[in-house]
Design a protein around this ligand. Structure first.
Ligand code: NDP
Length: 243
């Protein structure tokens, strides 16, 4: 691949992650597109990355599976030496009232977000320590992690945890020039919200519409760029005015 900065986007095959891949490719990055199982969607994203002027590849691994992540990131770092930008975007929801929540739904949501953050960020950060300046991590949380949301105790816990972890890590590496930030979207038009009743969710949003993945991706791109050089440890909401 041509000598450009490299970005790894977890859950880059669809939805917000796909838009982030395209936006970062447009901004001059080569892109590693991680996905869990949807190879066709990941290949489609790779095509869009190429159209946007980037190079890259798609890499399958489950972010919650520590040995699988270890092997995959090890392989990537042997090949590319450094990943300059990491976007921790992979996430799932399994909504139900807490009293009815099966333990597996608690675990899968927490493991994907929080174990995923640990498994991927740790080795990537180690590679960033060699380069330092211009490296950054952006993690996708949610309005649900800030305000809490009925029916989402697992998801709210996971997304709030990502904010805490990112704020702590930002303090650990700020002096090294590595920036760590969080984007907290509201309701964004992806498969994740397909089953949510539209008339109810629209009432929750002051702007009266759901957001588009590109509107999140542009903020991620800004946070990764040198234009955000004095921003670290912050949570930026992209939610149409939800409070
Ligand atoms: P989608 O369901 O559209 O896409 C999820 C993506 O994550 C897919 O690429 C999927 O891969 C990948 N993924 C899921 N689990 C894993 C895993 N264990 N390992 C690796 N990849 C995985 O979701 P969205 O685009 O809507 O959401 C992206 C992020 O934004 C999530 O963290 C979500 O919680 C957050 N968010 C979304 C909001 C929304 O309204 N849509 C609001 C607030 C936050 P594959 O294609 O292989 O299945």
């Amino acid at each position: 691949m041509e000598d450009k900065k490299l970005a790894l986007v977890t859950g880059g095959s669809r939805g917000i992650g796909r838009s982030v891949c395209v936006e970062l490719a447009r901004a001059g990055y080569n892109i590693i597109i991680n996905y869990k199982s949807n190879t066709a969607a990941a290949q489609e994203t790779l095509g869009l990355v190429h159209e946007a002027g980037g190079d890259g590849e798609s890499v399958q691994f489950d972010v919650a599976d520590a040995p699988a992540v270890h092997d995959a990131i090890d392989g990537l770092l042997k090949k590319y030496k450094t990943i300059h930008v990491l976007v921790n975007n992979a996430g799932i929801a399994a909504d139900t009232l807490f009293a009815m929540m099966p333990q597996k739904d608690w675990q899968s949501v927490i493991q994907t977000s929080l174990d995923g953050f640990f498994n991927v960020t740790k080795p990537v950060l180690t590679s960033m320590l060699r380069v330092k300046k211009g490296c950054s991590v952006v993690t996708i949380s949610s309005v649900s992690g800030i305000t809490g949301n009925r029916g989402q105790t697992n998801y709210s816990a996971a997304k709030a945890g990502l904010i805490g972890a990112s704020k702590a890590l930002a303090q650990e590496v700020a002096r090294l020039g590595i920036r760590i930030n969080v984007v907290a979207p509201g309701l964004i038009e992806t498969e994740m919200i397909k089953s949510a009743p539209r008339e109810i969710i629209l009432k929750l949003i002051p702007m009266g519409r759901v957001g588009m993945p590109e509107e999140v991706a542009k903020v991620v791109r800004f946070l990764c760029s040198d234009d955000a050089s004095y921003i670290t440890g912050q949570v930026i909401s992209v939610n149409g005015g939800m409070v």
